[in-house]
Design a protein around this ligand. Structure first.
Ligand code: GDP
Length: 295
């Protein structure tokens, strides 16, 4: 994960090793490399610039107050700032509501259906909940079948209504079904399209208004870099979602989405997907991710 970024940051922070103190000159030299590493990882230019400015201020400000070597001090500051940039504290899912309603949103192929299954499995095993999965993709019968396959695999019930072309009605019927059958969590998987379009936004917005979920999650493929951030912005403008799910972090992703998304939409990344299997789900810990990036 993020091997390239880790390597480049490590190299950048090496500049200070061997220096007796932090100076304007060696900080500038280091941060030029840090900024380059971030840009190469597909972090947005403005975010990278603000990031290095904050690090610079802290480095020059804390230099006189610390007994740390310049190299160690810089690693610590960069780690703290990366953690802050990715969200600071860990944020869980709002489990209020009887049942708790969780709405999944995102583009087609982002990993919504897979993640719906992973989340249901996670809640079932870790939090002893009784989830119901609801299939609201009225355009792709294969997507409904896929959710049933996932449900069978993790032994979680799936509600679908293949002939019905109204996703709002299916979502509402799914919630009613959950209430009747003692499910305390309803995870609603919705249709996505290949790119942001008005019809999709209207549809997900209608579902959102009708069912008023406790938690609306936006699922995004981390491999799509800055596009992931733009898509997040478009969905957040319409849904004001509660959290981000970053998928496919097991792939050869450069890291830009993980680093940038929080500061663009001001919503936390809550979980990450790290594989196709149902167990490949992790709570997102910003500080652990920063540790991982800095090796
Ligand atoms: P949806 O269209 O948003 O519902 O996306 P899917 O759940 O169908 O996922 C699209 C593809 O991405 C499938 O082949 C999944 O197996 C794969 N996928 C989903 N999440 C992950 C992940 O975290 N890592 C990897 N490597 N593949 C994933």
């Amino acid at each position: 994960m993020f091997n390239n970024l880790s390597e480049k940051l490590d190299k950048a922070l090496h500049v200070l090793k061997g220096h007796g103190s932090i100076t304007e000159v060696n900080v500038a030299e280091t941060l030029k490399e840090v900024r380059r590493a971030l840009l190469d990882a597909d972090v947005n230019f403005k975010i990278a610039k603000e990031f290095t400015n904050r690090v610079k201020e802290k480095a020059l400000g804390q230099n006189v107050l610390t007994t740390l070597q310049p190299g160690q001090l810089m690693v610590k500051i960069v780690k703290d700032e990366l953690t802050e940039l990715m969200g600071g504290d860990v944020e869980g899912i709002n489990m209020s509501g009887t049942p708790t309603i969780i709405l999944m949103s995102g583009l087609q192929g982002s990993g919504k259906t897979t993640f719906s299954g992973k989340l249901a499995n996670f809640l079932k095993t870790k939090k002893t909940k009784k989830p119901l999965l609801v299939a609201c993709d009225v355009y792709r019968p294969a997507a409904v079948d896929q959710l049933h396959v996932v449900g069978d695999q993790i032994k979680v019930d799936v509600y679908s209504d293949k002939g019905n072309t109204d996703p709002v009605a299916i979502a509402q019927a799914g919630i009613a079904h959950a209430k009747q059958n003692g499910h305390n969590v309803v995870i609603i998987d919705t249709a996505g399209r290949l790119a942001v379009d008005e019809a999709m936004m209207k549809e997900i917005s209608n579902i959102h208004k009708a069912i008023q979920p406790q938690e609306t999650l936006f699922v995004v493929d981390s491999m799509t870099g800055q596009d992931a951030v733009n898509t997040a912005k478009a969905f957040n403008d319409v849904l004001n979602f509660d959290g981000v799910i970053l998928t496919k972090l097991d792939g050869d992703t450069r890291g830009g989405a993980a680093i940038s998304i929080k500061s663009v939409v001001n919503k936390p990344i809550k979980f990450i997907g790290t594989g196709e299997k149902m167990e490949a789900i992790d709570v997102f810990y910003p500080s652990r991710m920063a540790d991982r990036i800095l090796g």
